[in-house]
Design a protein. Structure first.
Length: 367
């Protein structure tokens, strides 16, 4: 029986998030050329629907590039991922992202006014916003504030290098200064994106059609292992420069926005075409052959857990835990649910049953 939750779709991208991801890709050198090279390296069969949209995305990027002037030092300082965090393609652990992630849902289109509102935030609000991006905030804190000492203790307790902890605390200390320095470049990107409204609309046509045809809930099941929670309202939105990923952000505990990569489904479809049930068994054995992943699965078989909890239990860095969880999630052995800003992992028994069935078919069927 399907859970009782609401999921709708808003086809308007969040231009603040798009700008953060645009610069994040640049800073980490996750260009579209690199993406194409990765696809060719894996010898993935070309998809006409993928490249039709991908070519438009490359064209849009060139147009935005023409309106952007940013030095390497500024790009690297504010938009590169902070060391010690899991790899991502959009700079979601950069200083800029830590500053602006907690304000995504309050951005209503006027960036100048948005910056004015950000400058009104108290120190406890700032601490909460940064902690929220780091997944160390209390999701049920309706006031969106955090005691400064608790914030600092939370940062210092993270399993990341000391220089990264210093960078995060420095971001808090220089919050308003950094907001002004970063906003110059974000505004230039947002302005450029606004001028390309027609191109963006054309770029999103295929994604909009896919969501409409399948329905929000069915479409989301195809692109994510996230299990929606009952009595929560989910709002799907397109994610252009995060075309290969999904990211969540919440207005409140009961309202969660899911920004869905516009080419994620096509990429997953292209990968799935390569796999036979024999490949599935082989990859399953590879995954389960790693003792750490095996132990994580045994732990999750007893109880659901979130990333920091697993990091502490197994005495492993967040980066290492994220690496293992990504592999388990991508295969389907683990699913996740959101509780406020926190993501909880759990065993996916259906995939285990399917893996057992494939093994029986491969090794136990009569010749």
């Amino acid at each position: 029986m399907e859970g009782i939750y609401i999921m709708d779709y808003n086809n308007s991208p969040n231009l603040l998030l798009e700008s953060l991801a645009y610069f994040g890709r640049k800073a980490s050198n996750n260009t579209w050329k690199v993406t194409e090279q990765k696809i060719k390296k894996r010898k993935i069969e070309n998809s006409i629907s993928f490249y039709k949209v991908f070519d438009k995305l490359k064209t849009l990027t060139i147009k935005i590039d023409e309106n952007i002037s940013i030095s390497y030092d500024i790009l690297s300082k504010f938009f590169s991922n902070i060391e010690g965090f899991p790899f991502n393609t959009i700079g979601s652990t950069s200083i800029a992202f830590l500053i602006f992630y907690g304000t995504l849902e309050s951005f209503k289109g006027n960036f100048t006014e948005h910056i004015k509102e950000i400058h009104k935030l108290s120190n406890t609000n700032i601490a909460y916003n940064i902690a929220q991006a780091l997944d160390i905030a209390d999701s049920y804190n309706t006031e969106k504030s955090m005691d400064i000492t608790k914030f600092m203790d939370g940062v210092l307790a993270l399993s990341i290098p000391d220089n990264s902890k210093i960078a995060i605390l420095d971001t808090y200390s220089n919050y308003h200064k950094y907001v002004d320095e970063i906003s110059i470049h974000l505004k230039a990107s947002i302005d450029a994106l606004e001028k390309e409204e027609e191109s963006i609309s054309d770029l999103l046509n295929n994604f909009n059609d896919e969501v409409t045809t399948a329905g929000c809930k069915n479409f989301f099941k195809e692109i994510s292992q996230l299990k929606p929670i009952d009595d929560v309202n989910y709002h799907m939105k397109p994610f252009i420069f995060g075309m290969d990923t999904n990211i969540t952000s919440n207005d409140s505990i009961n309202d969660i926005n899911i920004y869905c990569g516009i080419l994620r489904k096509e990429l997953l479809d292209m990968l799935n075409k390569q796999h036979s049930y024999i490949d599935e068994v082989y990859e399953g054995y590879n995954l389960l052959g790693d003792r750490t992943r095996f132990d994580i699965l045994c732990y999750l078989n007893k109880q659901n857990a979130y990333g920091q909890e697993l990091s502490k239990h197994f005495n492993l860095s967040r980066n290492t835990i994220h690496h293992h969880m990504n592999k388990l999630i991508n295969y389907g052995l683990v699913t996740c649910t959101t509780d406020g800003n926190r993501v909880y992992y759990s065993i996916n028994t259906e995939t285990f049953e399917e893996l057992i069935s494939h093994q029986q078919k491969l090794f136990c069927s009569k010749k």
